[in-house]
Design a binder for this molecule. Structure first.
Ligand code: BMA
Length: 376
């Protein structure tokens, strides 16, 4: 019996070694590391298409099951879906665009199940004017919102030692608690590209360029990152994403960069607002110059580059997908591009009833554009 037991144990040990893979000493990758490897592989294949709030609402519908303007135009869901946590910090039930947080959790799970990739942004309210009662949930710009820049000293106040630090710790805790809801059917954490404090090279958010020094900005980044890491959120791929600029320089791109040890992806946000030929050419020229630099910096620093927000408001030039977007990104090894939400009065994605739909289908057919069925 003893001999039999020893043999059994030896056989079981062999099996265990084999089932751990060829190199049993390799530590297990975190969900964030797994997503990063996947992003790296996928960008050899093409550029993923992303859309903010895609399964939530479109131009003619809201909260229908399994709907999507993108899918209704081309038959496929975007590869990347973006969602925003603005409002979670004050324990609202729905975000700044009235999307219930429970629905965000649900759609993140759905998209993960279909093999898609998720990115989360956060437009936290202005803590000073919000606690003073200047702005409450449901109120539109700018009182109390992320766009409220009446008090220019918010960042130093929320850093450790500042008068708003206690309040902001509670706000970060609520983000952390929401992130805990993101697990798959087997209880594994769903990896997410997390993109806080974005467009910080502009001055329209309270964390913008004019309202904090580069050191204060980095301290803000670190405070949130340290909190979420301490809470065990090892499923976040950290994306630093300032705005596009005319003649962007490396110095300008990196002046507020949190550091190689604190960043996984680097992206840019940039829009075209009017349909005229001049604006179109400017978008292409600026976009190509910016992406060239972004990809160079990303390569040197081992980061994954992306066009983290882009679009032409209301697609006032229907050919935009093929005449402008495609030549702007052509040849750049970016991971994804994401267009902002399709709301009744302001939209950036395609919609079946709109004249840009046929041009979007052309873009969809291109070998280089990846949708969810291309990345499974
Ligand atoms: C802006 C607009 C707003 C929206 C905000 C957050 O660009 O789309 O209407 O509330 O993003 O999604």
């Amino acid at each position: 019996m003893k001999k039999f037991n020893l043999l059994t144990i030896a056989a079981a040990a062999m099996l265990m070694i084999q089932s751990c893979g060829n190199n049993p000493t390799t530590p297990q990758q975190t969900p964030a590391e797994q997503l990063l490897s996947r992003l790296e592989t996928l960008r050899q294949k093409g550029v993923m298409f992303g859309h903010q709030d895609d399964p939530m609402y479109g131009l003619t519908w809201a909260y229908d099951k399994d709907s999507s303007d993108v899918k209704n135009v081309c038959g496929d869901y975007p590869a990347v879906m973006g969602f925003d946590l603005g409002g979670i910090e004050i324990a609202d039930k729905a975000n700044l665009d009235s999307v219930p947080f429970t629905r965000i959790t649900e759609e993140i799970k759905n998209h993960h199940r279909r093999g898609g990739i998720i990115t989360i942004s956060w437009h936290p309210r202005n803590p000073q004017t919000t606690i003073e009662g200047g702005g409450r949930a449901g109120q539109k710009f700018p009182e109390g919102t992320a766009w409220d820049v009446t008090d220019t000293m918010i960042v130093p106040k929320i850093l450790p030692g500042g008068s708003l630090n206690g309040v902001f710790n509670t706000w970060m805790q609520r983000v952390s608690d929401f992130l805990k809801t993101l697990s798959d059917d087997n209880g594994n954490k769903i990896p997410v590209i997390f993109r806080p404090w974005h467009e910080n090279s502009g001055s329209w958010f309270w964390w913008g360029e004019k309202f904090c020094t580069p050191d204060q900005y980095r301290a803000l980044w670190n405070m949130l990152q340290d909190k979420l890491k301490a809470d065990g959120h090892n499923n976040l791929v950290w994306s630093y994403s300032p705005g596009m600029e005319p003649n962007l320089t490396e110095q300008r791109l990196l002046v507020r960069y949190p550091g190689d040890d604190r960043t996984d992806m680097i992206g840019l946000d940039g829009y075209q607002w009017t349909p005229d030929a001049e604006a179109r050419q400017k978008f292409i020229d600026r976009g190509r110059q910016n992406l060239e630099l972004l990809c160079k910096v990303a390569k040197e620093r081992n980061l994954i580059p992306a066009l983290t927000e882009c679009g032409l408001k209301n697609l006032t030039e229907p050919t935009w997908w093929t005449s402008t977007l495609m030549p702007t990104i052509d040849g750049f090894p970016i991971s994804y591009l994401l267009v902002w939400r399709n709301y009744k009065t302001e939209w950036f994605g395609p919609a079946p009833s709109k004249p840009d739909a046929e041009y979007f289908r052309e873009y969809y057919k291109s070998d280089k554009s990846l949708f969810v069925s291309d990345i499974k």
